[in-house]
Design a protein around this ligand. Sequence first.
Ligand SMILES: NC(=O)c1ccc[n+]([C@@H]2O[C@H](COP(=O)([O-])OP(=O)(O)OC[C@H]3O[C@@H](n4cnc5c(N)ncnc54)[C@H](OP(=O)(O)O)[C@@H]3O)[C@@H](O)[C@H]2O)c1
Length: 330
Amino acid sequence: MKQMYIGKSGIQVSALGIGAWAIGGDSSWGPSDDSESIRTIRRARELGVTLLDTAPAYGLGHSEEVAGRALEGRRGDYILSTKCGLRWDTDEGSLHMERDGVKLRRNTSAASLALELERSLRRLRTDYIDIYIVHWQSLPDFPVPVSETMTFLLKAKQEGKIRAIGVSNVSAEQLTGYLTCGQVDLIQEKYSMLDQAKGDELFGLCDRNGVTFQCYSPLERGALTGKYKVGDPVNMGRAKAGIKWYKPEFLPRITALSDAWAPLCKKYGCTMTNLVAAWTAAQGNGSNVQVLVGARTTAQIEENVKDITLEDADIETMRKDALAVEHGGA
Ligand SMILES: NC(=O)c1ccc[n+]([C@@H]2O[C@H](COP(=O)([O-])OP(=O)(O)OC[C@H]3O[C@@H](n4cnc5c(N)ncnc54)[C@H](OP(=O)(O)O)[C@@H]3O)[C@@H](O)[C@H]2O)c1
């Protein structure tokens, strides 16, 4: 499995990481089988995946708890990232969303983060987080200066509770604000071959500042595996419902993409999912993109982990085909 460094932190990870959002279950993804989730996290490591990403908000603590159980006795084998800045147990903060009757609020104040960090450490059964990521940024009705958030994070780093700082769902302006306060080693952003806007906005800034661009939902929450056809039963939790490529006007175009890429799959001895992950990893400056793929079954992770390097001409063909999906298909 290819390796890379996270920003300037000195932390080395596999270029493909496993994301544990779906493992949290709830209405976002529908129910998850915890035993299978644990097997999946451990199987990922056997296959060479060293980075595991979770967050308190995934299943309101459930994803972190399952991750904590999976890593028990093997914590040192993983680079663990979790997040902060979303609370569901207080009225203090801006409304982020309401899910299953619970209001999630954005709160990146130092006092709130201090509480969250201790809770995450407990749920994860560890005394340090490798990469601690500010999940969503503060909104005008509960503004928290980035300097306050960063002062807390830098102190947590000095104390050895976290090893590196990440931020997520940021604009270029917000990332610049963080960088003026101190070292940020990673940003985590929605990016896929069908949705490249955040890369266009942030690849250059990351490159210039030695920040790793970690992309989430690179498979468009399963749509880009090419496995779903119109009319197929899809477990359509909120996470997938938010993906436009599952809609009947787009899904046939992805099927067409999968057909068009059959020769590429044959050439590289891989599946469409592997092509998509490899294409994504080749973006940015070619070595600063980390691909975070969600999986909650051993079958999924066994398929998703495949080390392939695409030729430049194939990367270009895939780029053009992907851009055509929006406007009518390959
Ligand atoms: N910072 C943020 O705001 C943010 C937001 C979203 C995600 N993330 C992180 O990024 C990670 C990855 O993103 P994501 O989970 O949204 O999307 P993703 O990686 O694009 O898709 C993951 C989902 O695709 C399906 N899938 C994966 N491999 C498959 C395979 N081989 N065959 C068929 N289906 C397959 C599974 O759905 P089923 O389980 O339903 O089968 C899986 O849960 C998350 O887990 C999370 O850690 C962060």
